[in-house]
Design a protein around this ligand. Sequence first.
Ligand code: CIR
Length: 253
Amino acid sequence: MFKNVIVKTPSKSYLNGLTTSDLGKPVYSLLLDQHEAYVEALKSCGVEVTHLPESEEFPDSTFVEDAAVVTPEFAVIANPGAESRNGEKEEIKSVLHNFYKKFHFINAPGTLDGGDVLQAENQFYIGISERTNWDGAEQLKAILESEGYEATIIELKEFFHLKTGIAYLGNNTVAVSGEFVDHPAFDKYEKIIVPSEEEYSANCIKVNDYVIVPKGFDGTVQKLADAGYQTIELEMSEFQKHDGGLSCLSLRF
Ligand code: CIR
């Protein structure tokens, strides 16, 4: 069960943030509405929300997940791979001091984005991406193993971040899409297969008794319902325009 989440209001500078998509310019008022609905959905899952104010100097900082990796016992302060985002880790570190005594750090030349890290019980998966390099991934693997966890490094072929294409849903089950559907690393799990036309919804989050899913992906919602999950659907269009998904918008622990 998660007790806490950290979220951060998107700033106006978000409109000038990083993106690889061609879905158009985000609309700030819609972005704020969607973020507010996200926070309300988390509250309805029974978690305590720590809500950070916006930072104009960090356009992408609403995607708090990338600045840290959190576990029940300790926090790892990441070293985000995009230069314009690297400084986001300072605020996240100071906020996490309210919750954790034990910290580890990813250090240069290692880079790591939290979006490249998936926890499935005692097992972590770490993606090598445009943002996370081998050095960063190996540092995290060593940290996790020193703490009694297992960690597997996976080289991404197409996905932006590891969690762009996979979510752990408890009960030995993952939602998977694209290059992960047949990836041998995930063979041991029950799979909810998200077809390519619904790929964006593979980035869903299980928060206590609910799976939060982006709105507009009826096939995924149906498969989750068939597998016995209760779902909450949220409009995510303005975050999708900047490569962001549901997991990116919070740290959950
Ligand atoms: C970025 O390029 O860093 C942001 N526009 C999107 C980050 C999404 N984060 C995530 O998938 N964990």
